[in-house]
Design a protein around this ligand. Structure first.
Ligand code: GLN
Length: 303
């Protein structure tokens, strides 16, 4: 497989549409991102690496972190997380409040904000440091000890976080948080504000392509939990555009409003694409176009 050639063509397809996206500005610290930036990294289970564009430029991982919080909660024995969060697509925007009221404080899935707050809460209960656990794991798996939370982004999110605070309080009002709302929000903002590159995230997600085995050997998740996390990524990882993502890309994927998308080719490897311009659902226009081009040309989807 000519991965390098495929990535190159995928980047061309992504760059052709990057002007159609809009950088997230509801978190002011993200508003300054360069909409023309683009990177794409591919790591295989045999240890091959390929990259194009700004593959080593760090960006705000935002909701891509949610796949790691879920995996780490399960890895720490947090199966009870499924009592407080569902696993159905939401069909609503990632920060929607309305569904949470109808469903009595049990978020639809772990990847919308409400669900991620519940998972962060459980990880905090299990480890005493949810954001630190995510950061340590990302550092270990990526082999990059310099990964860190960008404090200005976390502070900016907290300052403009009325909606997330409303979600967290509403969940708490239904008795679905174990920890104080303020602590849960602080850890949530801190793991969303971690900065990492496409190379870092593709490496860190490799356990998802290896049926739960970590990059350096050793098991993070059972085979079935790895299957389950991938399944929830496919059905819920790109919010109310998950159907469109499955249709176009055909891989489990998780996006973030920093413009990153981490996709998994089970048994084969991971790909992370990044470009800050977003579509109205909050997913990177160019990253998805590039992943679409990659799986279409290579045939490497799960279907
Ligand atoms: N931290 C962001 C928020 O809470 C994450 C959203 C996202 O990346 N979709 O709004």
């Amino acid at each position: 497989m000519d991965y390098q050639g495929l990535l190159h063509d995928a980047m061309t397809a992504g760059r052709a549409v990057s002007g159609r996206g809009r950088v997230a500005d509801y978190i002011p610290a993200l508003a300054g991102a360069d909409p023309a930036a683009f990177g794409m990294a591919l790591v295989t289970v045999d240890g091959e690496f390929h990259g194009v564009g700004e593959v080593d430029r760090p960006f705000s991982v935002q909701s891509v972190s949610k796949v790691f919080t879920l995996a780490l909660a399960l890895a720490h024995g947090g199966d009870h997380v499924w009592r407080g969060v569902g696993r159905e697509p939401s069909g609503n925007p990632f920060n929607s409040l309305v569904q949470l009221e109808n469903e009595r404080g049990i978020p639809r899935n772990p990847f919308i904000n409400a669900g991620a707050l519940v998972v962060t809460d459980r990880l905090l209960g299990l480890t005493g440091d949810a954001a630190g656990t995510v950061l340590d794991f990302l550092r270990a798996e990526s082999g990059n000890p310099f990964l860190a939370t960008e404090p200005a982004t976390a502070a900016s999110e907290a300052e403009h976080g009325h909606r997330n605070a409303a979600l967290a309080h509403f969940i708490a009002s239904h008795g679905n948080l174990e920890n104080e709302v303020e602590a849960v929000l602080e850890h949530y903002y801190a793991h969303c504000a971690i900065e990492a590159s496409c190379r870092d995230l593709a490496r860190a997600g490799l356990f998802l392509a290896q049926h739960g085995m970590r990059a350096g050997g050793g098991r993070l998740l059972s085979r079935s939990d790895a299957k389950r996390v991938n399944a929830v990524m496919l059905t819920c990882g790109t919010y109310d555009a998950a159907g469109e993502f499955a249709y176009r890309v055909g891989l489990p994927g998780k996006s973030g409003v920093g413009g990153g998308v981490l996709a998994v080719m089970p048994g084969r490897g991971t790909i992370c694409a990044w470009s800050p311009g977003l579509d109205p659902a909050g997913n990177s226009v160019a990253a998805i176009a590039a992943l679409d081009a990659f799986t279409t040309a290579s045939g490497l989807s799960v279907f």
